[in-house]
Design a protein around this ligand. Sequence first.
Ligand code: NIG
Ligand code: FE
Length: 416
Amino acid sequence: MKSGNLIIINAAQLVTCSGNTAKKGAAMKDLGIIENGALVIEDGIITRAGSTETVMADIDKSHYEVVDAAGKAVLPGFVDSHTHFVFGGYRAEEFSWRLRGDDYMDIMNRGGGILSTVRATREATTEELYNSGYQRLTAMLANGVTTVEGKSGYGLDAATELKQLEVMQAIDQAHPVDVVPTYMGAHAVAPEYKDRGGDMIEAIIQQALPLVKEGNLAVFCDIFTEKNVFSIEESRRLLTAAGEMGFKLKMHADEIIPLGGAELAAEVGAVSADHLLQASDEGIRQMASKDVVATLLPGTAFSLREKYARARDMIEAGCAVALASDFNPGSCHTESIPLIIALATLYMGMTPEETITALTINGAAALDMADTIGSLDVGKKGDVIILKDPSYHFLAYHIGVNVVERVIKKGRLVMD
Ligand code: NIG
Ligand code: FE
């Protein structure tokens, strides 16, 4: 994607979310708002941010595309730091089974759930995965998302995992939205390794991980640490080996059954631990002290009808909380940022300010990218959203509705 030169002027609110690291605890309230703000982007990078009067004092407008944001709030693009957007097939019928009362993990344990998407993804062609993935990213962009993390994990075998990661790499090159790839070969125990999860972890360490590294196909390594999936010991083994190979680490931790996933994330130095519906007080304390970003996925709790993660306890314990969609074909089939905002504010007790921090600078921190994206600071990428409305409060107040009017990616208008 080419980058551009662009100026935004007269913004009713420039919501900078300023900072180069995750905002922890009480700091999540601070949105760094500039009234009647302006922003200058040169060659895709923010070079000035401030009041329109000061920023425009010595600028020659003729070199830039000029966007007048009078009566509009301007924010950093959202960072959706946890998604599974490349997959084959759909699980619409399974959703109806769950509405009828079937349990998510029971469906998986009898060969459906994630394993049903594994079969469809193994069968899908590269082109099919590319086209559907590209369209999903476009839907996310319309929600104001400018960076997306994407996980493999619907192949489980090395060949299909590499296929998923290569598709993500190709989409990243072609689509305005940036894609940060995560290898998640340990998303479920593959049928070939039924009841031998430990052997599957060894095979991943010996065979798949080196191939992913060699091809430079993933930044992160992630694992589903859950009862009847991968144990704490198996997770420790994989994450330690992946860390030694230079991968950054993530975990699907303490989602359904409390296993001590949050504690393990702190122990292995994971960048984030995600889900955390069942995280213990001790796990929360350790995440705060080891700077593990707590990535909460309320869409999944909503869709599975589980209780929500304890966002307030985490913020009060001094954690950096991020919010993400967890868009996937099973447990949470939505890329809706307005839904995530509604659930965080109305059901998890997060304030609008904390919610916006969680979707911007803290989402960036969950990808270890808080120094380059996630806020409107000089030196960062010019990834910006302009709302239809004059203040950020409308993001929560206009319930379930997308109030993003325009999206700018690296200084170019990509949705208008
Ligand atoms: O983050 N919990 C495990 N993995 C995904 C669900 C994937 C699926 O159901 O296809 C999650 O919720
Ligand atoms: Fe997930």
